[in-house]
Design a protein around this ligand. Structure first.
Ligand code: SF4
Ligand code: SF4
Length: 438
């Protein structure tokens, strides 16, 4: 029997990955207009470096990073800046954004190629990653160079690439691993050099045998790099679960971080972006997005310029199918429902899921907790989601902290199994918004 690694608890939702898993990545058509938010990452928003009326080229810096935890943003098309104003963001907030109208030339500024990229120092690699505006592409969008610069007292001895892609429906990382495995391995090598470690793992759920094979082949002969097949279980791709599955180490509760157990975790898409930034000097101006669900006519994996509107992407996929009821930015477990499709694809957009009536489970008429304990059985963090939801529902937000509210990373496993259809993640988010960690 082939050994696979995993963690305790979790759930097994039907993954529906067959809709796009075999679809090679296509380039989305060049957008006529992009809306590029100056905040697409955790941390301080970027500061606009262009004015209305400016002509810009592809790759040009349009927003600089004002602080350490921040990331610059770049033009994803060439054209004219026609607005700098607040626009709707997939998170539901209004965010200052730069709107560029295409000149349809797609002209870029010259980039600097570094064929001998592995000869660069750790500091040079981190500087190139920072200047390219790279953030975690798995969804959390944390500035990558910050994650690669832990405080001196933390010793990092392992880098893990997250190729688990455990969210149902999403296949973007799967396609990248099949299509660009060598570039991903080069990205991993650069990340390992940036943090000074010699051990690197690539964790992939075993329902992607072609990706496992491609990554194994691409890492053949690379010292210290190992591909680890993982059990198919949600949320296998969550950082803490991945670290536990691969190294056996447990990230401590109450705000513990991967660096506390010597680990840095990066998504495979981030590794690709790191390679492209360091080798070719390419800023992060595009990303792969899985457009899927039975509510869209032609599910696809698309390479999309940052700032392209979701409405345009859905049009590129044949439009909405009859019976489409809900559009989610991201996957069904951790994504954000969208009420307006004129929101842009941002650096953290891994998927656009359009659910049909059959796929959609309404929590509009949820009922009281029947204390069945199922949510407790599945919570990968060992929390008591039922108590958190009950206290939050009653407005007793401070008391939710006695149940380690801030250890919840909103995976949605508890909501998935709840027979009362309680909107657990919404209760968690509500409590988090009304209290402070600590
Ligand atoms: S309480 Fe949080 S971490 Fe636990 S299952 Fe629910 S959403 Fe996931
Ligand atoms: S699964 Fe739902 S009904 Fe059961 S204990 Fe948890 S919150 Fe209550």
């Amino acid at each position: 029997m082939v050994r696979t690694d995993t963690f305790k608890r979790g759930v097994h939702p039907h993954d529906s990955k067959e809709l796009t898993a075999g679809n090679p990545t296509q380039n989305a058509p060049l957008p006529k207009r992009v809306v590029i938010p100056l905040s697409q990452h955790i941390g301080a928003p970027a500061k606009a470096e262009v004015s209305i009326g400016d002509e810009v080229k592809k790759y040009q810096l349009i927003g600089s990073a004002p602080g350490f935890v921040s990331a610059p943003v770049h033009a994803s098309i060439s054209g004219k800046v026609v607005a700098i104003s607040d626009f709707l963001h997939p998170s539901g907030r209004m965010v200052q954004s730069v709107v560029i109208e295409s000149d349809e030339k797609d002209e870029g500024i010259a980039l600097i190629d570094t064929p001998d990229f592995m000869a660069l120092s750790a500091d040079e690699i981190k500087a190139l990653i920072r200047d390219a505006g790279i953030v975690g592409l798995g969804g959390a969008a944390f500035p990558t160079n910050v994650k690669l610069s832990p405080p001196k007292e933390k010793t990092i001895d392992v880098v893990i690439l997250n190729g688990a892609e455990c969210e149902p429906y999403l296949t973007a990382d799967h396609r990248l691993m099949v299509e660009q495995p060598k570039s991903i391995v080069n990205g991993l090598k650069l990340i390992m050099k940036a943090v000074g470690v010699t051990n690197g793992y690539i964790g992939i759920e075993k329902n992607k045998p072609d990706a496992i094979e491609a990554m194994k082949k691409a890492s053949e002969g690379e010292a210290g790099i190992e591909v680890r097949p993982l059990t198919v279980k949600y949320p296998q791709g969550a950082e803490k679960m991945l670290i536990k599955a691969i190294t056996g180490r447990e990230v401590p509760g109450k705000g513990g971080l991967p660096m506390d157990v010597g680990a840095v975790v990066q998504n495979v898409g981030t590794a690709l972006a790191v390679y492209e930034a360091v080798r070719f000097g390419k800023p992060l101006i595009e990303r792969i997005v899985t457009v899927t669900g039975r509510g869209v006519k032609e599910p696809k994996n698309l390479m999309v310029r940052i700032g392209t509107l979701v409405s345009e992407i859905i049009k590129d996929c044949g439009g909405l199918a009859e019976g489409a009821v809900k559009v989610i930015s991201g996957g069904p477990m951790m994504g954000f429902a969208q009420w307006n499709l004129d929101v842009p694809v941002i650096k953290g957009t891994s998927g656009i899921l359009v659910q049909s009536e059959d796929e959609f489970i309404s929590t509009d008429e949820y009922s009281a907790c029947i204390r069945c304990g199922r949510c407790i059985d599945v919570c990968p963090m060992g929390l008591n989601p039922s108590m958190i939801s009950i206290l939050s529902e009653k407005g007793r937000f401070e008391e939710t902290k006695d149940y380690n509210l801030f250890d919840c990373f909103e995976c949605g496993s508890c909501a998935f199994v709840c027979p009362s259809k309680r909107p657990m993640v919404q209760f968690v988010r509500l409590a988090k918004s009304q209290t402070k960690p600590g």
